[in-house]
Ligand binder design. Structure first.
Ligand SMILES: [Fe+2]
Ligand SMILES: [Fe+2]
Length: 383
């Protein structure tokens, strides 16, 4: 990458730095420095066909094969075995999709971040249709990349978790994530015919949890934070998008993701209560908060800005408009509704960290159901 591009990336990344000091935990910040450098400055994952990421963590064999240490995890494994579906056979791929349909758009204007901007009104119907198509492709491309991250993280978790029940369930999740990758990729490549590269900030989160040597950070990052976000986002898009095939895929995926978050809560609940010191617990709490901020503030779709709006408005105007858009508010609400109750349940919502979440206005969700109590009906009913 050219020096001028690196400098430009550094300037763009610098606008995000003030929030990176929010928790004030130096250990946490230093652990996120490498992933941030690779994601935001070097833009790893972009302009290359593969990214090599060395990972260092311990794999653990459980020779006791002791079953039932966490009985609910055993039940979850049973449930996973009978809930498998086949992405190539059970989904009706014969449904035709026209992502450029101007009369019946798949994406309603209310949820398009640009939909509330003055510039939107000046665009032709053809331009709007092209943007809707790009927006849908961008969002689902990020889901696709997140699924690849989930596939790898789950493979890591399966080898790193100390108990055999955790390994058995982990095995089912690996298959689930492979299926999600397959379904989203088929939709993007065959129906939308457009795939975007990974967003820099999503890369940072995936890099951070893949590269961490501690097994529970992988659970915390993937099963609680990213899957929590995914569950909220999938439910939001299931409700608002007007396209039956995508709804069908999301319905299947949501059922799987709900099990995955549940698994993360079961694994961490006990471990955080008895297996770590107060200092270690606080570090996890701060890390989860930093990741919350990343997930909350950084999916600003600069890729779409560069493609469609760079000649119409400043980047800062775009950032403001997107962050204040109705869609973003809805997305944040559905994401924190799934994350906060689970953080509370696993013991990462102490009085010390609460004031930070309070500033974000997300403590209202702490009374919501945590993953072990949450049914599919709950998720589909209230997001
Ligand atoms: Fe998934
Ligand atoms: Fe998942």
């Amino acid at each position: 990458m050219k020096v001028s591009q690196l400098a430009k990336n550094a300037v763009n990344a610098a606008t995000l730095l003030p929030e990176a000091t929010a928790s004030g935990n130096v250990r946490v910040l230093s652990s996120l420095l490498g992933p941030s450098y690779r994601g935001l400055i070097l833009q790893k994952g972009k302009n290359e066909s593969e990214t090599v990421l060395p990972v260092g963590y311990k794999t653990i064999f459980d020779w006791t094969y002791e079953r039932g240490r966490i009985p609910k995890m055993q039940q979850l494994y049973e449930m996973a075995k009978t809930s498998q579906w086949n992405a190539s056979k059970d989904v009706d791929w014969s449904i035709e999709v026209d992502p450029l349909d101007e009369k019946r758009p798949i994406v309603p204007d209310e949820i398009i971040p640009a939909g509330s901007m003055d510039t939107w009104k000046t665009m032709s119907e053809k331009e709007k249709a092209a943007f809707r198509h790009a927006f849908l492709s961008w969002i689902f491309s990020q889901f696709l990349h997140g699924e690849q991250g989930a596939l790898f993280a789950t493979a890591q978790v399966t080898t790193a978790v100390p108990w055999v029940d955790g390994k058995l369930f982990g095995g089912t999740q690996v298959v689930d994530e492979a299926r999600h990758l397959e379904a989203f990729h088929t939709y993007l490549s065959q129906k939308l015919e457009k795939v975007y590269e990974i967003n820099d900030n999503l890369y940072v989160v995936l890099d951070a949890l893949m590269g961490d040597s501690r097994w529970d950070f992988k659970f915390l990052g993937m099963q609680i934070m990213v899957e929590g976000l995914a569950l909220g986002a999938f439910r939001t898009f299931h409700e608002v998008l007007k396209e039956p095939l995508l709804k069908q895929i999301l319905d299947y995926v949501i059922r799987d993701e709900a099990r995955h978050v549940h698994y993360g809560v079961l694994a961490l609940e006990k471990f955080y209560k008895n297996g770590i010191s107060e200092k270690e617990r606080a570090e996890r709490e701060d890390w989860a908060f930093e990741v919350s901020l990343m997930l909350r503030n950084r999916f600003i779709a600069h890729e779409l800005y560069d493609e469609f709006f760079a000649h119409r408005m400043k980047r800062s105007e775009w950032n403001k408009a997107v962050l204040e858009s109705e869609m973003m508010a809805y997305f944040r609400a559905s994401m924190f509704k799934r994350i906060i109750p689970n953080l509370k349940r696993i013991g990462l919502l102490s009085d010390r960290i609460r004031r930070h979440y309070e500033k974000l206005g997300v403590l209202v969700y702490e009374q919501e159901k945590a993953a072990p109590e949450l049914t599919h009906k709950d998720i589909m009913r209230d997001g």
